[in-house]
Design a protein around this ligand. Structure first.
Ligand SMILES: Cc1cc2nc3c(=O)[nH]c(=O)nc-3n(C[C@H](O)[C@H](O)[C@H](O)COP(=O)(O)OP(=O)(O)OC[C@H]3O[C@@H](n4cnc5c(N)ncnc54)[C@H](O)[C@@H]3O)c2cc1C
Ligand SMILES: NC(=O)c1ccc[n+]([C@@H]2O[C@H](COP(=O)([O-])OP(=O)(O)OC[C@H]3O[C@@H](n4cnc5c(N)ncnc54)[C@H](OP(=O)(O)O)[C@@H]3O)[C@@H](O)[C@H]2O)c1
Length: 242
């Protein structure tokens, strides 16, 4: 088990509001693709305890970066949050995940319906030049409880004028952001978002909370979207975080 991990070092840790944080690490791992994930591990009682995390760094960067939330009562995430530069961290040798530019199908625009730290997947993919060439527009609906969970708005805007980021808050009526769950306003979507969402010209990535993915998948299926598979291309690609 332990030989599947590479020992690395934390080089930076950023603490954001809302219990979120970003870890920058340096470990000598083999190349990975934008959109993939690896496992981060810590040595606990002589064993590596690990969980999956999406890269938010670009594969060309000489470090690896991840965006996390501390899960209340979680086993690993509170310990990862307590790390400091110089601390030891283990990265799984081989990256995993099929949400890469090679696997995603052609479409005019690429949509993301993501919750919480699932927004990291959008950040990683849109940094990729192959992905930028493949799609004209990127539309990110980011489901979050409240505005304290918005941390990459500027980083996404910096990726280009074709990147459109829409936070949707479910428990923060005091803001003028889109209100509710991302699945709740499909019918009136065009009133809020000018970019079209339709199976003819969109591919949609669902990432994060599994309940959102189930609900979104059912809703989109009703509207003619189909699950994307290598052998039978469709319009929906999913990554459940738990
Ligand atoms: C492919 C993949 C990629 C992932 N990428 C990320 C990532 O980039 N960033 C990230 O923060 N997490 C990510 N996760 C989730 C991560 O692997 C852990 O499950 C999470 O950090 C909790 O670990 P823990 O040991 O603290 O909690 P555990 O003690 O293992 O408890 C797990 C419980 O925590 C809750 N939970 C897990 N993940 C989240 C989350 N992200 N937001 C809210 N609640 C959650 C669920 O209720 C779950 O049942 C990913 C998971 C998968 C499968
Ligand atoms: N350490 C800290 O300071 C701190 C602070 C806050 C939170 N946290 C931790 O952070 C973790 C993540 O919490 P989170 O609330 O951001 O994550 P989350 O449960 O993934 O919720 C994110 C968003 O997804 C929405 N959602 C949930 N189910 C959905 C569905 N079926 N369809 C559509 N949307 C759906 C939620 O809406 P609803 O609101 O309507 O459910 C919310 O807007 C928690 O484990 C918590 O313990 C830590």
């Amino acid at each position: 088990m332990q030989d599947r991990f590479v020992k690395g070092e934390v080089i930076d840790i950023t603490h954001f509001d809302g219990g979120c944080f970003a870890i920058k690490a340096k470990a000598n791992i083999p190349p990975y693709s934008a959109g993939q994930f690896t496992k981060l591990g810590l040595m606990i009682d002589g064993k590596i305890v690990s969980r999956a995390y999406s890269f938010i760094s670009h594969p060309d960067d000489d470090y690896q970066e991840f965006y996390l939330v501390e899960v209340a009562d979680g086993i690993l995430s509170p310990k990862l949050k307590a790390l400091a530069p110089g601390d030891e961290i283990f990265l799984y040798k081989n990256a995993n995940g099929l949400i890469t530019h090679q696997r995603l199908p052609e479409a005019n625009n690429l949509w993301f319906w993501v919750t919480g730290t699932g927004v990291g997947l959008a950040l990683s993919l849109i940094k990729d030049r192959q992905i930028q060439k493949k799609y004209q527009d990127f539309v990110i609906l980011h489901g979050i409880t409240d505005a304290t969970k918005i941390h990459y708005q500027q980083a996404l805007a910096d990726l280009g004028e074709n990147v459109h980021y829409y936070p949707v808050v479910s428990r923060d009526p005091s803001t003028n952001l889109l209100q509710g769950r991302i699945t709740h306003f499909y019918q009136g979507l065009q009133a809020h978002i000018p970019q079209p969402l339709a199976p003819e010209h969109s591919h949609i990535i669902l990432c994060g909370n599994p309940a959102m993915i189930n609900d979104a998948n059912a809703l989109l299926t009703e509207h003619g979207f189909e699950k994307h598979r290598t052998r039978t291309p469709g319009h929906i690609t999913m990554e459940r975080y738990w």
